[in-house]
Ligand binder design. Structure first.
Ligand code: HEM
Length: 475
């Protein structure tokens, strides 16, 4: 049928494979390169699955604003089936009454400003422990694995926010809590032949389905244990007001009469909240610190602003964050060059639609390449350079209204945890830069710091960021 349609342009594909062979280890970079030749709305077939790749701000606006409703669903895929209690979560949930209600519930009850501020004390405590451990490294003058440290910090924060307490690694599995959650994200990101050639799904040639089934059992057992502990605490009259607590109250109150809400839904949303908040914030901090280490003048300017707003006698508080305007520009500039989810999460065409004169077939996956958009020379001058000052006097922000900068997506499927994510990222970066001076180990010069990426649902540094701290506060 597609032969009769006016599909967007794209490279020549191979029989059966389509364009799968054009994707390497970093698909966001490959798609960017291909789009430079074929244009900002591109058609590519991965196996039997039609894809539309969107690579400019104008094109993104057409898909995420003008025709948002048609593209507001998510494609069905193996990971959605096995790792999200059959698409009962938000991230992979198909558009429809269930997803709409659940999204409203999460936005109003779990990720509201009120709820976010409830966890302020917890964030302060965790940051205090984190900074103390770095002070020890500063005293010893040894390099710190910042990637690993920040990733543990965000994992602990997420754990306390969702479960109300920290769990020992062994409580979930011998691999440890963080590894097990990250493994799910990796499995969801690996190109799965069963998704591209559905008839191969049953053969599970790559063994991914087997791994996903095993992992979903680990998640299910652990989350059941967490729920049971909450029920037991309730019986003893104790409530911690964490996210599980809130969801359990909603479940028991029966206020979700218009849609089913049982333990499976609580577990699916638990995983959403953990996966959404752990690696995204950690990877954002990792990239911001990397850019600051590569650009010492910018680092000094951030520190100067912190000295002016906070001084050197105390640590940064959340209430200081809004006054840190230059830091905000640094965060935006890093999101432009290093969006942590560069292809967002694939959207899905629920109907045939015409966009910019092209026919977009029903059931196409829509891939918004924010890596390409952030480097679009028509939208940004000197796009490859890290220049936070480009935002001076600019209205462009990251909240999804400006399509040249979409680190959180935009429209119906835009990130519901954006506010929390921004608080975590700004707070952690400002503490790190306020409390310590940083230098690269082994005489590596700032411009020599390697910035290789490792693709996944979240793009991390390929090599961990190592740096030596020197404590700089007076107290
Ligand atoms: C710096 C931090 C974060 C970044 C950069 C980020 C980025 C994103 C992006 C790019 C998307 C996909 C948007 C799309 O497909 O159009 C997304 C979706 C989502 N995020 Fe975040 N996120 C962050 C923090 C969080 C936090 C803290 C939570 C929750 C605790 C969260 C929960 C979610 C959920 C549930 C979705 C799926 C929404 C849906 O499909 O309806 N995120 N996020």
């Amino acid at each position: 049928n597609n032969k009769k349609k006016r599909l967007p342009p794209g490279p020549k594909g191979l029989p059966i494979l389509g364009h799968l062979h054009l994707l390497g280890k970093n698909p966001h970079q490959d798609l960017h390169r291909i789009a430079q030749k074929h244009g900002p709305i591109m058609y590519m077939r991965f196996g039997l699955v039609p894809n539309v790749i969107v690579s400019s701000p104008k094109a993104a606006e057409l898909f995420l604003k003008t025709h948002d409703l048609i593209f507001a669903s998510r494609p069905p895929h193996q990971a959605a089936k096995y790792l999200s209690w059959d698409q009962r979560n938000l991230s992979f949930g198909a558009y429809g009454p269930y997803w709409r209600n659940m999204r409203k519930l999460c936005t109003l009850e779990l990720l509201s400003n009120l709820k976010i501020s409830c966890f302020q004390t917890m964030r302060r405590e965790e940051l205090g422990i984190f900074i103390e451990s770095l002070k020890q490294a500063a005293r010893d003058g040894i390099p710190v694995d910042l990637s690993a440290k920040v990733s543990s910090l965000t994992a602990e924060m997420s754990c306390r926010m969702v479960f109300g307490k920290k769990y020992e690694d062994k409580d979930i599995d011998e691999r440890g809590f963080k590894t097990v959650i990250q493994e799910g994200m990796k499995l969801a990101a690996v190109p799965n032949l069963g998704d591209y050639f559905p008839f191969l799904g049953i053969l599970d040639i790559q063994g991914l389905t087997r791994k996903m089934k095993a992992l979903s059992k680990v998640y299910d057992d652990f989350f059941e244990k967490v729920i049971n502990e909450h029920v037991r605490d309730w019986d003893h009259g104790e409530q911690t007001k964490d996210i599980v607590d809130t969801m359990m109250s909603i479940m028991q109150s029966g206020q979700t009469r218009e849609f089913q809400f049982d333990r499976r839904h609580v577990k699916a949303i638990m995983l959403d909240m953990l996966a959404g908040s752990m690696d995204t914030a950690a990877s954002s901090v990792e990239w911001i610190l990397s850019e600051l280490l590569r650009n010492p003048t910018t680092m000094k300017k951030v520190q100067k602003e912190l000295e002016e707003v906070v001084g050197l006698e105390r640590m940064v508080e959340e209430s200081d964050i809004d006054q840190l305007e230059y830091l905000d520009m640094v965060v935006k500039e890093t999101f432009r060059l290093h969006p942590v989810a560069p292809l967002l999460i694939p959207h899905y065409a629920m109907e045939d639609c015409t966009v910019n004169g092209y026919d977009i077939p029903k059931a196409s996956r829509i891939i918004i390449n924010t890596h390409a958009i952030g480097r679009d020379p028509d939208a940004w001058s000197e796009p490859e350079k890290f220049i936070p000052e480009r935002f001076v006097g600019s209205e462009i922000d990251v909240r999804g209204q400006h399509f040249q900068l979409l680190p959180f997506g935009s429209g119906r499927r835009g990130c519901p945890g954006m506010q929390l994510g921004l608080i975590q990222v700004r707070l952690i970066v400002s503490q790190l830069v306020h409390c310590f001076d940083w230098r690269l180990p082994n005489g590596v010069l700032p411009k020599e710091l390697d910035m290789a990426e490792e693709f996944g649902l979240v793009v991390n540094r390929a090599n961990h960021l190592m740096a030596i701290p020197t404590f700089r506060l007076q107290n």
